[in-house]
Design a protein. Structure first.
Length: 365
């Protein structure tokens, strides 16, 4: 610094900061050898706090307004420096301007998927992102814990650490809440408010206040999203048979508009009709969605009977009943079916015994 710059620094008695950026949180006022004139005017604007640091120790803090830097309004600095004769010459102190406005639209998000256990999908990987707002709540704590001697401290220097805090707490809270993955979208606001309350103490340890946190999106893995899309499409289609017929009708209309392609179109239409018929039969056999499929018909037992000394049959119970009505088979006639070891009387077979009770006795002459 030249001689003129040195003299200019000593003559200037206005200490102020006009912030031309949107991301500066702390700015150190530059002055040659940190010398400030006695009686200098300290101008602190709305959204700012000024802090004086002497010999590495935080001294006086000034709220918004215009302040004259004299002994009577700098009790801490006067005590630290031990001035016996007042401020008759420039004194050395660093002036840090701290922005207390809200820093908005700060991004947070998961670098890697979060592993969770979902009641519907089982083990699941989730990604989430959103924005948050913060402001300096305690300038002294913020300067001591975070800024140090940085002459210009911006949001980029702390957002990575703040994002890590948010993501860590997000994983814990979502895991404890046990909210189904498909219901998270309906709880973004409640989730954001709960996260704000849980994370606020972590910010306060840095001298910051977390004013708002928003959850903008919680996404599932691509494979799961595709499966959900297919499931949704099936629900929208509804009656699959009617949908297939509708597609076939569209194919006919398209072929009619293209006479030159009728040959190939006819084959496509024929294939479409065949598929539609096959799917329609399948749908009609399956019945409405959710209906129970009936079991297969029971197997009919076949009997062989000894009629006039000859083996006859096989007969199902209905045909055998007709033979009983005609008198060809009686209760004493021998019958056999698969599974029997030998021929037995028809009246001794449980399936046939009831058939003989319906036959009227012979007419007495």
């Amino acid at each position: 610094m030249g001689l003129w710059d040195k003299l200019k620094g000593e003559l200037i008695d206005i200490v102020e900061w006009l912030d031309a950026t949107n991301d500066t949180m702390v700015y150190r006022f530059e002055r040659y050898q940190n010398e400030i004139k006695n009686g200098a005017q300290l101008v602190v604007r709305e959204g700012q706090i000024a802090a004086l640091v002497s010999e590495g120790r935080l001294a006086d803090v000034y709220p918004p307004g215009t302040h004259t830097l004299q002994t009577r309004n700098m009790p801490i600095l006067s005590t630290l420096m031990g001035w016996k004769y007042g401020f008759n010459s420039p004194f050395k102190a660093e002036v840090y301007f701290v922005s207390t406005r809200r820093f908005t639209d700060l991004k947070w998000g998961t670098k890697n998927p979060i592993m969770l256990r979902d009641a519907e999908f089982g083990p699941l990987r989730l990604r989430a992102f959103g924005t948050y707002e913060t402001r300096v709540q305690d300038a002294g704590v913020f300067i001591r814990q975070i800024v140090g001697t940085d002459g210009r401290f911006t949001t980029d220097e702390i957002t990575d650490q703040l994002r890590n805090l948010i993501v860590s707490r997000f994983a814990d809270i979502v895991g404890e809440a046990k909210i189904p993955a498909l219901d998270l979208a309906a709880n973004y606001e409640e989730l954001g408010n709960f996260l704000t309350a849980r994370i606020r103490p972590d910010f306060e340890a840095y001298g910051l206040e977390l004013t708002k946190l928003l959850v903008e999106n919680v996404s599932l893995p691509e494979e799961v999203e595709k499966a959900i899309d297919k499931r949704t499409s099936m629900g929208v289609v509804g009656n699959l048979g009617a949908y297939t017929q509708f597609q076939a009708a569209n194919a006919i209309e398209a072929a009619a508009k293209n006479p030159s392609g009728m040959a190939g179109g006819g084959m496509a239409i024929g294939a479409g009709f065949a598929m539609a018929n096959q799917m329609g039969q399948t749908m009609s056999q399956a019945g409405p969605a959710g209906a129970a499929t009936p079991p297969p018909l029971p197997h009919t037992v076949q009997f062989y009977a000894a009629i006039n000394g000859q083996q006859a049959g096989p007969f199902d119970p209905g045909a055998l009943q007709q033979r009983i009505a005609d008198g060809q088979v009686t209760a004493d006639s021998l019958v056999w079916k698969e599974g029997m070891g030998d021929w037995v009387r028809a009246g001794d077979v449980p399936e046939l015994a009831r058939l003989f009770t319906k036959v009227p006795p012979p007419i007495q002459k």
